[in-house]
Design a binder for this molecule. Structure first.
Ligand code: IPE
Ligand code: IPE
Ligand code: MG
Length: 246
C-alpha cells in the first residue's frame, strides 16, 4: 500500500500544499488596490519557501493561479502574470543556489510563451537539486487534470498500448500533472475560507486539512509551524481502526 503505517506516531509531513488566499482582502483592509495585496503575497511566498526548507519539508506546493482565476478582471490577471514573471526572473538563481528543484503543474497552453520558456528553463536547470521540491500550481485545476488523464488513458487503450483491466489508482496517478510527487500530507488554506477550490482533489484523499484565518500576505514561518503542529495533533488512520481500539 502507498499509505503510511497505520496508527504510527505521526511523522513530519513530507509534502505540504498551500492554498494562498486573502491577498485581495489584505489590500482592501488597508484601502489599497488588490494588486498591492498580490505584491505583498509574493514576499510571503519567498518567506514560506525559505521556512519550508529550514523545516525540512521535502515537497512544498503552492497554489498560485487556478484555471478559474481567468474569470477575474483582465487587469488583475495581467498583474498576476507580471508578478509571476518577476518572481521567476528574480528567484530562480536563488532557488537553485539553495538546492531547490522547481516543478510547475497545470495546463501551460494558455500561458504566455515567455513564461512557458522561463518555466521550462528553470525546471531543467534545477532538475538535479535535492534540498526541496517547490511545486508551483499554475493555471491548475484538479478536474481538468483528471479529465486530461482520462483522455490519455483512452488514447492509450485505443492505440492498443494499454489494457483497460490495467487501469487502477496508480495508472491514473501516473497520468496526472503531479506524477512522481507524493500525495500531500497536509493542505493549508489561509484567509478563513474552508474549501479546496479545485485543488489536488485526487491527491488530497487522505491529506489533513488545516485552515487558518491569517491572510496570505501576513503568513510567516510561525504560521507554517503552527499548521505543522496542528498536523501532529491529528491521528491519521487511512481507513484503519483507531489506535488502541483493538
Ligand atoms: C489569493 O488571493 C491570490 C490568488 C487567488 C491568485 P485572492 O486574490 O484570492 O484574495 P481574496 O480572496 O480576494 O482576498
Ligand atoms: C484559490 O483561491 C486559488 C488560488 C489560491 C490560486 P480563490 O480565491 O481563487 O478561490 P475561491 O474563488 O475563493 O474559491
Ligand atoms: Mg481568494
Amino acid at each position: 500500500m502507498r499509505y503510511a503505517q497505520e496508527n504510527s506516531p505521526a511523522p513530519s509531513p513530507v509534502h505540504v500544499a498551500i492554498i494562498m488566499d486573502g491577498n485581495g482582502r489584505w489590500a482592501k483592509a488597508r484601502g489599497l488596490p488588490r494588486t498591492a495585496g498580490h505584491r505583498k503575497g509574493v514576499e510571503a511566498v519567498r518567506r514560506t519557501v525559505e521556512a519550508a526548507r529550514e523545516l525540512g519539508i521535502a515537497y512544498l506546493t503552492i497554489f498560485s493561479f487556478s484555471s478559474e482565476n481567468w474569470r477575474r478582471p483582465q487587469e488583475e490577471v495581467s498583474e498576476l502574470m507580471g508578478l509571476l514573471r518577476l518572481y521567476l526572473r528574480s528567484e530562480i538563481a536563488e532557488l537553485h543556489r539553495a538546492g531547490v528543484r522547481l516543478k510547475v503543474v497545470g495546463d501551460r497552453r494558455k500561458l504566455d510563451h515567455d513564461i512557458v520558456r522561463m518555466i521550462a528553463n528553470a525546471e531543467e536547470m534545477t532538475a538535479g537539486n535535492t534540498a526541496m521540491t517547490l511545486v508551483v500550481a499554475l493555471n491548475y485545476g484538479s478536474r481538468q487534470e483528471i479529465a486530461h488523464a482520462a483522455r490519455r488513458l483512452v488514447e492509450e487503450v485505443l492505440d492498443g498500448r494499454l489494457d483497460p483491466a490495467a487501469i487502477d489508482e496508480e495508472a491514473i496517478a501516473a497520468r496526472l500533472f503531479t506524477h512522481g510527487i507524493p500525495d500531500p500530507d497536509l493542505i493549508v488554506r489561509t484567509s478563513g475560507e474552508k474549501r479546496l477550490s479545485n485543488f489536488l482533489l485526487w491527491q488530497s484523499a487522505y491529506a489533513e486539512l488545516v485552515f487558518t484565518d491569517t491572510l496570505w500576505p501576513d503568513f510567516t514561518k510561525r504560521d507554517l509551524e503552527a499548521a505543522i503542529e496542528e498536523f501532529h495533533r491529528r491521528e491519521r488512520r487511512f481507513g484503519a481502526t483507531t489506535a488502541g481500539s483493538r
